[in-house]
Design a protein around this ligand. Structure first.
Ligand code: ATP
Ligand code: MG
Length: 372
């Protein structure tokens, strides 16, 4: 079967391993790479605690040494966990039941190092193992070509955001609050798309909550709601050179730290970090050509009620969860990689000058077929 010659919409399964180290998202869509013709089931599985600690240690080692992760056992185990997630999804173990079998998989892998200024970006995972064990061709390595061509290699989801947007009141901004936060600004002309990482998302807050309370995250924002923002600590955090840069720009999860919060109570620290996330998103909006008519929030951060209400107060426009546009905000990244797998097959661009800073619109991704 030569996928490159297939025309029309095809069923594609996308996989995302979040920078928050929360687990794997898998989602099926049908698309021709230009528009989404149908949305299938989706599923998330959390990483087992032991595996999460292993992966976290690898990511931290990579950040400290600026070197690539080559632990073959870790890469194999990460891929096997993705395959478990695929099989559960295809067996119908999710809401929506069984669906059409995917013809292609978009496998993002887990980012262990992202240093575009050094022309380095690494997402680990073994596409050949995945293709052989699922018998489905796999597109992987979505970011390398962009970085090689002078781009930031991130964010990649904007091309999917722009294709899915229905809202007529533009400009509009989609903000993904994952481990870090990134925005996609879509202008009055829907082909006018700007995107960049704005700053922290949930990653710093999660690290603080884990360190001070032993919990994984601030559920519904309850702890941060009780805290008081320390303005001088917040000012220190916001005095980072990243916020003075123009787009395109992107971040590695290790670019910010919780060191400035030493000695603070868990709730005051959580409130201050939450304000840091909100302020950096608002600073990002100011870099865009025009203020948006509306802001749609996707990613795990939209479950944090304190974050959502603080964002509403701070933003110059209405703030909505992305569900108000009819999307599933927990699955957009996975759906985006399903979409990009098909674009990659058809050699359509994944990245643009105003999304990653690539010299010209370019495609990317590497196709691996099952053996035989
Ligand atoms: N009920 C909730 N209350 C507060 N925060 C929540 C809740 N549910 C999820 N979150 C936050 O969302 C995070 C996960 O978000 P998400 O899945 O978008 O991150 P991610 O997979 O790392 O994404 P990305 O790769 O885009 O950075 C959790 O670590 C947590 O901080
Ligand atoms: Mg996630």
């Amino acid at each position: 079967m030569n996928l490159s010659n297939m025309e029309g919409p095809i069923v594609s399964l996308g996989l995302m391993s979040g920078t928050s180290l929360d687990g794997i998202d898998a989602a099926v869509i049908e698309t021709d790479g230009e528009i989404v013709t149908d949305i299938g089931p989706s599923l998330s599985i959390p990483y087992p605690d032991e595996f999460r600690a292993w992966l976290k240690a690898a990511v931290e080692r990579a950040a400290q040494s600026n070197s690539l992760t080559a632990d073959a056992t870790l890469i194999r185990e990460l891929t096997s966990l993705h395959i478990v997630c695929i099989n559960k999804l295809l067996d119908g173990e999710e809401e929506g039941g069984k669906w059409k079998r995917p013809k292609i998989i978009g496998f993002h892998g887990h980012t262990t190092l992202h240093r575009p200024e050094l022309r380095i970006t690494q997402q680990i995972g073994d596409p050949i193992q995945m293709a052989n064990e699922t018998l489905i061709p796999v597109v992987s390595d979505f970011r390398t070509l962009d970085v090689k061509e002078g781009g930031q290699g991130a964010p990649l989801a904007p091309v999917f955001h722009a294709s899915m947007l229905r809202s007529k009141s533009r400009p509009v901004v989609i903000v993904n609050i994952g481990g870090i936060s990134n925005i996609t600004w879509i202008g009055p002309d829907p082909n006018d798309v700007i995107a960049f990482d704005t700053g922290p998302g949930n990653g710093l807050m999660d690290a603080w909550i884990e360190q001070t309370t032993g919990k994984r995250f601030d559920e519904d924002g309850q702890l941060s709601a009780q805290g008081i923002v320390d303005q001088s600590v917040l000012d220190t955090l916001l005095d980072h050179s990243y916020f003075k840069l123009k787009y395109p720009k992107s971040l590695d999860r290790s670019d910010f730290s919780i060191n400035a919060l030493e000695g603070m109570s868990p709730s005051d620290g959580a409130a201050t970090l939450l304000a840091f996330t909100v302020n950096s998103i608002v600073a990002g909006l100011k870099l865009c050509p025009n203020p948006p008519e509306a802001l749609y929030v996707t990613g795990g951060g939209r479950h944090n009620l304190t974050l959502m209400s603080q964002l509403s107060v701070a933003c110059p426009c209405q703030v909505h969860p992305i569900e108000d546009e009819g999307w599933n905000g927990d699955m957009i990244e996975a759906q985006a990689f399903a979409f990009m797998a098909v674009r990659s097959l058809r050699n359509l661009p994944l990245t643009f000058t105003n999304t990653t800073g690539a010299r010209s619109p370019i495609s990317g991704g590497k196709l691996s077929y099952p053996a035989g």
